[in-house]
Design a protein around this ligand. Structure first.
Ligand SMILES: *Cc1c(COP(=O)(O)O)cnc(C)c1O
Length: 396
């Protein structure tokens, strides 16, 4: 069936087939022939941890991210923790970050013994608001840790300027933003160190957990490489207490194949985002949804397509989509300063109002390069129908 006939026959032709929030199987089909022989080879070689696949990936990731050094590790969470350990961040220190991110961002700071100091976000980009950072800097502040949320970088120029003024490094949490750019520079090249995650739902996802750190600082790279191996160099001689955060050969082999497709996939995500804009313009004549867009000096890689539901109906919309087997997710329902485990920081409602409102209003719609136009139209028309029904219920 041609695409044109297919879409003309909608809605009957789409029927009630599900649209998942993420479809990893669709992507796997496109690389299966490249990946499966490699996995077999690793099983036959029985060389599983670190090794040439990992050093190959480190070099290729570094080059992709415009940074000279790459250090593979076991997860994105470790990729945040290891540089903080290498800078000897600990009790009494403060690290400035956003309250609106995945938990690992603040968790890494906490695990060093340092205090996460939150700075509220910008309501449009959902990234840390650089105008509010200066007021949060004290003589204990050691690192600025911006997150490039959903695939778009934070506003790095003022962040870097502040860090330089105070003699601090910038650690980019780029778990969601591999390949994202700010004023022509790639993430990985926007601070002293960047942390990447290969968790399967990220734009470059492995077959399990994995992470990568990139940096310009050779000494720091060496130290971080040592920390992820129990501070050991050479074998069985320990300079400091690190931990085990090695990367598997199998993950590295898969990721090296996938890295070669990454720009294609990122372009696919950008097309899906563009199509959402066109479809919503066609079907939803209402400003009840705020769509994400690419800021002028950025290159957005759309790890997520997160809309803001302005009328208080975010949860009802999510439920309604769920009944139609359309996947959606809330990233994130509880801002970090409101997490129970951080109660001793003494925060309460109202401390970071923009993040708190975002937690009530954001919803991630299906986003992956293989998402077809028909499925997308089905998603958008379902959302438009939901808001029509809301309006007529209110009118009645
Ligand atoms: C996924 C993620 C992490 C952690 O990565 P893991 O590989 O899951 O440990 C850190 N920060 C952000 C913003 C993330 O999205």
């Amino acid at each position: 069936m041609s695409e044109a006939t297919f879409s003309m026959e909608w809605p009957e032709s789409w029927g009630d087939r599900p649209v998942p929030a993420l479809d990893l199987k669709a992507q796997y089909e496109t690389i299966r022939d490249e990946v499966e022989p490699l996995v077999l080879r690793i099983m036959r070689d029985q060389a599983f941890v670190m090794g040439p696949e990992v050093s190959g990936l480190e070099a290729e990731m570094a080059s992709y991210c415009q940074a000279p050094f790459g250090v593979g590790c076991a997860s994105g969470s470790d990729a945040l923790l290891i540089p903080l350990m290498a800078w000897e961040i600990g009790p009494g220190d403060e690290v400035i970050t956003t309250p609106y991110s995945f938990f690992a961002t603040a968790g890494a700071i906490w695990r060093t013994g340092a205090k996460p100091v939150f700075v509220d976000i910008d309501p449009v980009s959902f990234n840390i608001n650089p105008d509010l950072i200066e007021a949060a800097i004290t003589d204990r502040t050691r690192v600025l840790l911006p997150v490039h949320l959903y695939g778009q970088t934070a506003d790095m120029e003022p962040i870097r300027r502040l860090a330089a003024q105070h003699g601090m490094p910038v650690l980019e949490d780029s778990a969601q933003a591999i390949g994202a750019e700010y004023r022509g520079l790639r993430s990985g090249n926007l601070g002293e160190v960047a942390a990447f995650s290969f968790y399967p739902s990220k734009n470059l996802g492995g077959f399990g957990d994995g992470g990568m750190i990139t940096t310009h600082d050779e000494q720091l790279a060496k130290r971080m490489a040592r920390i992820r191996m129990h501070g050991m160099e050479p074998r069985y001689y320990h300079h400091e207490v690190g931990f085990n955060s090695r990367l598997d050969a199998l993950q590295a082999a898969v990721l090296r194949v996938k890295l070669r497709h990454l720009d294609n996939w990122s372009n696919g995500r950008r097309e899906v985002a563009q199509r959402y804009h066109e479809l919503f313009a066609k079907h939803l004549h209402d400003d009840v949804l705020a769509l994400p867009f690419e800021l002028e000096d950025r290159h957005h890689v759309f790890n997520q397509f997160v809309v803001r539901v302005r009328d208080g109906n975010r949860d009802a919309l999510k439920e309604s989509l769920g009944r139609q087997k359309i996947g959606s997710e809330i990233y994130y329902p509880v801002p970090l300063h409101m997490q129970k485990c951080f109660a001793t920081l003494g925060h309460g409602p109202g401390d970071f109002p923009i993040a708190e409102t975002a937690a009530l209003e954001t919803l991630a719609l299906p986003m992956y390069p293989e998402l077809g136009a028909e499925a997308q139209e089905h998603v958008v028309r379902s959302i438009a129908r939901f808001f029509r029904e809301q309006r007529s219920a209110r009118a009645a």
